[in-house]
Ligand binder design. Structure first.
Ligand code: ATP
Length: 202
């Protein structure tokens, strides 16, 4: 029996780092953001719908979506944000399910992890067997966001305020992985969790 788990957490919590650790241990990792980018390539159905919704102004010269412009519009317009999510989320989830089924054809005991910042907001948590939330205290999160993205403290704080609060995400979690100490500690915790999940997948 295979297992599909969703890995989520706030910005800078350590999702990518944990996903890489899981991958190194032998899990299949699907990156929701990468899947989303592939679904909005020029002329694909989602791209057409987004251009229809937001206009040609969100396109670069090469016809690809300018994600910063898209983000700029929907940040100020909740209705458009909702409409954009209605275009993207179901398609991303559908694609993930298709990839998962494909993996299972070759590896019926696979452990597959979806790395998805919006696992809960997109309702995708309903489609996975287990939900893993990476937690860390807000100050650590701010420091990591500032260092990774070269954001000011104010920018990092603003980004965090736009997100679903960590306490809310934790309510959906089957496993909470606390990532407040160093990388070697995180590695130990990720390994322990990996073995727990792997046992459920056999
Ligand atoms: P984003 O939401 O921006 O995609 P994320 O949740 O995927 O972020 P990561 O990219 O894994 O988070 O981690 C954010 C930054 O913090 C990275 O530079 C990463 O190397 C660092 N980091 C994560 N966990 C630790 C840790 N335990 N100790 C030190 N640095 C860490």
């Amino acid at each position: 029996m295979a297992l599909l788990a969703g890995l989520t957490g706030g910005m800078g919590s350590g999702k990518t780092t944990v996903a890489k650790l899981f991958k190194a241990l032998g899990a299949y990792v699907l990156d929701a953001d990468e899947i989303c980018r592939s679904l909005v390539e020029p002329e694909k159905p989602a791209w057409l719908e987004i251009v229809d919704l937001l206009g040609n102004g969100v396109l670069r010269d090469d016809q690809t979506l300018d994600r910063r412009k898209v983000a700029g519009i929907v940040f100020k317009d909740p209705e458009k944000k909702k409409a954009l999510e209605a275009i993207l989320h179901p398609r991303v989830i559908e694609e993930e399910q298709a990839i998962y089924k494909d993996i299972l054809k070759n590896d019926p005991g696979a452990l597959v992890i979806i790395d998805a910042a919006l696992l809960i907001e997109s309702e995708n948590y309903r489609k996975v067997d287990k939900v893993i939330v990476i937690a860390c205290d807000e100050e650590t999160q701010l420091q990591r966001i500032m260092a990774k993205n070269k954001f000011s403290r104010e920018d990092a704080q603003r980004r965090l305020q736009q997100q679903m609060p960590l306490e809310e995400k934790i309510k959906y979690a089957d496993y909470v992985l606390h990532n407040d100490s160093g990388l070697s500690e995180l590695k130990k915790k990720a390994e322990a969790l990996f073995h727990q999940l792997k046992q459920l997948a056999v």
